[in-house]
Design a protein around this ligand. Sequence first.
Ligand code: KIV
Length: 268
Amino acid sequence: MRVPDLKDSKRRGEKLVMLTAYDATMARLLERAGVDLILVGDSVGMVVLGYDNTLPVTLEEMLHHTRAVSRGAERALVVADMPFLSYQVNADEAVRNAGRLLKEGGAAAVKLEGGRPVVDLVGRLVDLGIPVMGHLGLLPQSIHQVGGYIRQATTPAEADALLADTMALEAAGAFAVVLEAVPYTVARTVTAHVGIPTIGIGAGPDCDGQVLVSHDLLGLFDGFVPPFVRPYANLAETIVTATRTYMADVRAGRYPAAASAGSSAPGL
Ligand code: KIV
């Protein structure tokens, strides 16, 4: 999957599938399943690192996880989130930080939050050969300003602003845009008005693709899970059950197996 392939997918009406990964093992598994894009989201802060929100995530942490994912991904397009304060201070710093995610992290593209306030930066990154995915609607890096994880673009004026932001990102050269937690009808209108793929999360079925945090999809995160998530597995329960079974076996002397059976692995 390459950046230019995404627009072709939209033209052909093929839905894109993006999931998050933060390590090489998960990246390899998502690859095996055949996802189109792997997002090294700054959601790593919440579902892996134990922060309350995405704001504390640093560029070094994103680089660490992006490198791991890049080692596990071969075919899927790896997109790395630019964390809070890695692109807001000034354009030179933003270029260096975005460049590091490609150069040192091995990502093929970066994602950053915001509309018209960041379009100059998006244009500069794209001109320099750094593909950019936009992120509009609910912006987790702005939760303090917004007041929480609240549905966005719910008034006609906000819906118009969302469309204008998406068109501005497209004009600046963004190759796709995530639409998070906006009304389905608004996402449908935006999707119909732009040539770049929209990738929805809590934005309804009419987007050109969908993204979820893989820990939510797999039932692996024990914190807040947004109401629009449909869990396809309950890995948290599987892990607890497997751990309890192992504990019971160890405590009852059933694991490891007796010496003659256990010594069959040569060299171990
Ligand atoms: O960080 C992340 O995982 C994201 C997705 C929710 C789109 O930005």
